[in-house]
Write a protein that binds this ligand. Structure first.
Ligand SMILES: C[S@@+](CC[C@H](N)C(=O)[O-])C[C@H]1O[C@@H](n2cnc3c(N)ncnc32)[C@H](O)[C@@H]1O
Length: 238
């Protein structure tokens, strides 16, 4: 039986033990507020990338945010050829590129809407080409030729003012037939944010009806970001 003194002692929490908590990740909450414009999002990430204390890389390390590792591992598990041409969209400071390089993939390009995030990625030398661009409307299509890439990766690219549903068309255009799109994000984002709710699932299903791509699998990952679930979609471009 538990002693009275132990019963009365309050339970330690992650923050009382000094562990990082989602509550301490203020910028992530700021970047995910409903109603943000593309310019807001660009500014929030650029500021965060450059913070001297509590930068993106410090706050979003592997032990709290597993998206970059998981998407790179999925590429490694499914693509035996290490020379494939990969585009990492919403590459941020280059976490996915770092993991892909670690798995032996070196033919990787990075694209991000935030110049500040992209500058941090450049300093890591994990991508060959860098595109500072927001994919999807209202922007016109990228200048990337049709069927350039074997694989697209996206980790954490969906949220208010982030990648719009319609960007899927541009991704399909620049991937080779038979190539793959690996997309991991927080599971609730595509169901709850107004930009995706009642839109994302019908949109991606329509692309399947049009025989533009087919869904290979969708997998839920526990503790993707702190205790929150992630979802990874893998689509084959047809
Ligand atoms: C949560 S961060 C993820 C960064 C990186 N993939 C990672 O996992 O660490 C989201 C990134 O998406 C970028 N972003 C938002 N909307 C975008 C768009 N339409 N096109 C390209 N990048 C975008 C932001 O600038 C930001 O760097």
């Amino acid at each position: 039986m538990m002693s009275a003194s132990l019963e009365s002692r309050s339970k330690p929490t992650a923050s009382s033990l000094g562990y990082p908590t989602e509550d301490g990740c203020h910028e992530m909450s700021e970047a995910l507020k409903e109603g943000l414009t593309k310019d807001d999002v660009e500014a929030i990430y650029t500021d965060w990338a450059n913070k001297s204390n509590g930068s993106y890389d410090e706050n979003m390390a592997n032990h709290v945010y597993k998206g970059p590792y998981l998407v790179a591992k999925a590429v490694n598990d499914n693509c035996p050829d290490k020379n494939i041409h990969i585009l990492d969209i919403a590459c941020g400071t280059g976490f996915v590129g770092q993991h892909l390089n670690h798995f032996g993939f070196s033919n990787v390009d990075g694209m991000d809407a935030s110049s500040g995030m992209l500058e941090k990625a450049k300093a890591k030398h994990v991508y060959k080409n860098y595109f500072c661009s927001a994919i999807g409307p209202p922007n016109p299509s990228t200048n990337i030729p049709d069927h350039t890439y074997d694989v697209i990766t996206i980790a954490g690219g969906f949220g208010p003012g982030h990648i719009p549903c319609e960007a899927v068309d541009e991704m399909i255009r620049i991937v080779k037939p038979g190539g793959f799109i690996f997309n991991i994000t927080r599971a609730n984002h595509l169901q709850t944010y107004s930009e995706y709710k009642d839109k994302w699932e019908p949109y991606i299903a329509k692309k399947e009806e049009e025989q533009k791509w087919r869904e290979i699998c969708r997998t839920i990952f526990k503790n993707y970001f702190f205790e929150k679930d992630g979802i990874m979609y893998i689509h084959e471009v047809l």
